[in-house]
Design a protein around this ligand. Structure first.
Ligand code: PGA
Length: 246
């Protein structure tokens, strides 16, 4: 059985260092005795060096290695800071910052090369879903995003036995809307995604996860973890979510 991965995506929050440290410390304290789930906190880049004692992830990475790329942060820099995970291809990156499948693929290659684990986000929009194109979109995002990557090798390589690349299924219409995807529909998508990846890769669910619905995803949808946005900004709520995976 793979240990579920529960990842907090703080997005561009909180505004102050002090708040970031308080949130992090409260979460760390609340989950310190939990061994049944792997917990990863993904804060904004600037907080990464300040937060110690729990697994950290970054929310983005450059596909360049080093040099004259103003404003970029490389995978090697993150690795050197002790960061273990990177979120790539989040729908907000795709929607607001022009991140394409090709860009996600370049980022994944560089990040794998640096020895970091990846949470690769995919998911259909409401429009694509109503047009009956969900599976087509998921297949395209996985195939293009993971193009040229030796999946079985990666899955076992970095963080055995379940590390390497995890896929986060995040229907765009469910993100930040309170309208979480039903467990049944999530299960169908998780099963579909598994057709295209290695057996020991994790598939996570994300999209309006709260403590009231989190346990059901872990227990009934076939997902191996959760990517939690809004609800991860409350230590109490996030700790409950982690505990629901026990
Ligand atoms: P949400 O965000 O939990 O606020 O819906 C999830 C995500 O964007 O990763």
């Amino acid at each position: 059985m793979m240990k579920p991965l529960i990842a907090a995506n703080w997005k561009m929050n909180p505004i102050l260092q002090k708040e970031a440290k308080e949130l992090f410390d409260s979460v760390k304290k609340g989950v310190r005795n939990i061994t049944s789930a792997e917990v990863v906190i993904c804060p904004p880049f600037v907080y990464l060096p300040l937060l110690k004692g729990s697994k950290l992830g970054a929310q983005n990475v450059s596909y360049e290695e080093k040099g004259a790329f103003t404003g970029e942060i490389s995978a090697a820099m993150l690795k050197d800071l002790g960061v273990e995970y990177v979120i790539i291809g989040h729908s907000e990156r795709r929607k607001y910052f022009g991140e394409t499948d090709e860009i996600a693929n370049k980022k994944i290659k560089k990040t794998v090369g640096a020895g970091l684990n990846i949470i690769f986000c995919i998911g259909e929009t409401e429009e694509e879903r109503s047009a009956g194109k969900k599976n087509e979109v998921l297949e395209r995002q996985i195939k293009k995003g993971l193009d040229g990557i030796d999946l079985p090798a990666q899955a076992g390589n970095l963080n055995p036995p379940t590390g390497g690349i995890s896929i986060a299924y995040e229907p765009v219409w469910a993100i930040g809307t309170g309208n979480n995807c039903s467990v049944q529909e999530t299960k169908e998508s998780v099963d579909y995604i598994r057709k295209f990846i290695a057996e020991d890769m994790r598939v996570l669910y994300g999209g309006s996860v709260k403590s009231e619905n989190s346990g059901a995803y872990i227990k009934e949808s076939g997902a191996n973890g959760l990517l939690v946005g809004g609800a991860s900004l409350s230590a109490e709520e996030f700790i409950k979510i982690v505990k629901s995976a026990e």
